[in-house]
Design a protein around this ligand. Sequence first.
Ligand SMILES: Nc1ncnc2c1ncn2[C@@H]1O[C@H](COP(=O)(O)OP(=O)(O)O)[C@@H](O)[C@H]1O
Ligand code: SF4
Ligand SMILES: [Mg+2]
Length: 381
Amino acid sequence: MTATDDDRRVDPGSPAVAELPDTEKLPEAVSLETEEGRRLAAQLADEKARHARKLLEVRDLSTQFFTKDGVVHAVDRVSFELDYGETLGLVGESGCGKSVTALSLTRLVPDPPGKITSGEVIFDGVDIMKLSSEEMRLLRGKRIGFIFQDPMTSLNPTLTIGFQIAESARLHLGLSNRAANDRAVELLSKVGIPRARDRMGDYPHQFSGGMRQRVMIAIALACDPMLLLADEPTTALDVTIQAQILELIRSLSDEFGTAVILITHDLGIAAGMCHRVNVMYAGQIVETGVVDDLFENPRMPYAWGLLDSLPRLDEERGSRLRTIEGMPPDLIHVGDDCRFAPRCPYSRDICLEDEPQLTEREGPDHLARCWGTEPGRAWIE
Ligand SMILES: Nc1ncnc2c1ncn2[C@@H]1O[C@H](COP(=O)(O)OP(=O)(O)O)[C@@H](O)[C@H]1O
Ligand code: SF4
Ligand SMILES: [Mg+2]
């Protein structure tokens, strides 16, 4: 039987994983003094040990900001997993904790005022909370690529883009100058920059927004990451360029077997790109499932609301999107209730008294946080 592309992307024992480079020299930055350092060293030396587990396991992750107005519960007991090569969407309205989740996964939360206050993040078998800062930097550089909404904030305006891509390859893959330059040219061509070798000496401002985003993707891929964190990567771009960039991310992720966490407030994008989606609301995951299942049969009213605000093909172009009435709660005053209750048309007393938990719906892959659809209690539908 031949595996389809989709099969390959979610199967941990996939050819894409099996074909990863076998062994590399142990980077000096890994401390063999600590247990986690030794574990990281073992992982770096033995790519094949990866087959048996998830790329990412996040358990009960909480991140708070300690501000003069109070404690902001930006990420609240978030748990999820990611397979090798899988594309997972993180969706929800602005301010619901998507970016802070991504920053927490890589220990890049600005501290102060932020702090990861609880939880575990196991990346490729390594508990990243136990790594030293140096080991963490190494892990980020070698294993995790970032793409952000605005490439200008991450590109250095004073350095040529050729240098910036090659630098990443030099630092993280230990390539010689020449090999790193060749790799930079190869990556630039791969991300669709015409006349790549000629453009190596150009500066970021000499590129259009879409082209800059392609350069960012080339930099993110320069270290051969296992995970790409893409935080609203196309929000600043016009629709045509947006589609091209998303297609590029998808094809590169297929080609290199790279897992992707795609952060977006746009469910349409998540539907087209992702295997699974986590819907976030007020710092929590409120629903998670395989894309088709979740979109066909959402089990939490906020997710219904989000789906309703998707533009529909049968609507006239330019018609206004429906939106969910009301505002998300501020994340300082959170209690033991359903955080969506003030906006929820199905709310009952229990929703204000007790916090619903993320529990199974039709199967173990589809979870929702809602009393109204909780098996054995449901009053919705
Ligand atoms: N540096 C910070 N200081 C205080 N609060 C912050 C900081 N960064 C983010 N937050 C708060 O954390 C919450 C989640 O933010 P964020 O993850 O950026 O949302 P999203 O990416 O979903 O739009 C918001 O309430 C935001 O105001
Ligand atoms: S728990 Fe209650 S208030 Fe919250 S989404 Fe479900 S029905 Fe609405
Ligand atoms: Mg954000």
